[in-house]
Design a binder for this molecule. Sequence first.
Ligand code: FE2
Length: 323
Amino acid sequence: MKVLGIESTAHTLSIGVSDGPKILSNVLDTYSGGNEGLIPRKLADHHATVFSSVLSQSLADAKLSIDDIELIAFSQGPGIGSPLSVGVSGAKFIALKYNKKIIGVNHPYAHVKIGEHFCKMKKPLILYLSGGNSQILIEQGGYYHVLGETLDVGIGNLFDSFARAIQLEHAHGAALSKFAEGGKYIELPYTVKGMNLVFSGLLTQAEKLANKYEKRDVAFSLMETAFAMTCEVTERALFLAKKKELLVCGGVAQNKRLQEMLKSMCADAEIKFDVAPNEYNRDNGAMIAYAGQLLYEKYGAMPIEKCIPITNYRIDRIKEILG
Ligand code: FE2
């Protein structure tokens, strides 16, 4: 089944095409607003401006025309309302104009399914880490459940906020990680509650110390502390759930230091660890297309009146939304 997937939950507008397990195209255009943060209106304007060219490029890369597409899948949430609405409206426009079936896709579900696909894993413990989300997930009876999660900000937003606070030119996790290379460790607040994480105290203290110590050392310590907290809750969940496989997915899963720490933890416990290629851990349309087909096969197409953005759409609500 040839599926067109549209992703627009945050700073990236991406459109990809899949055909069952095959990814035929994956075109991304990311808004880069320097260090001013994610301003919803600007993200929405960016997505609307590049929508047509990203769509044309995606179909061209897949060597298909819109007539060949059988299903339109769109990222339904969670996400930032304004940019999310652009993707949802674009999907509805295409479905109505060309008389296509349509389905809304939970964004974390798409990250999980594309990760499981590339890593050839079935029912691993999942660590999902992105800008707005940090969750430990488990599949049971065909549904995903949240075993643990951040109780305040997502780990990606923690890094972005600190990068903005120290006025990095490009205020995002990858830039912060590069900036932090070679830093020395300073003790910072470390807060885990069972399998949940709390990052706000860590951020506040790091921002304070950034005026007192070398910024590089504070950046390094912030990332080390956040990753160590994440490893601790993941290890606890692995043992409680008696899992032998760990998949990390989402934008922050691309971080090499995090991967190294998780790999070492898993090696000690004889647990298989894996992560999908970076292109599929970023926000991308191909994962929405791939996951859209899986959801369509289970739930069928979505009536057009249900195609609305759900900014707080949790992975454990898929049955309620689609069932
Ligand atoms: Fe994401």
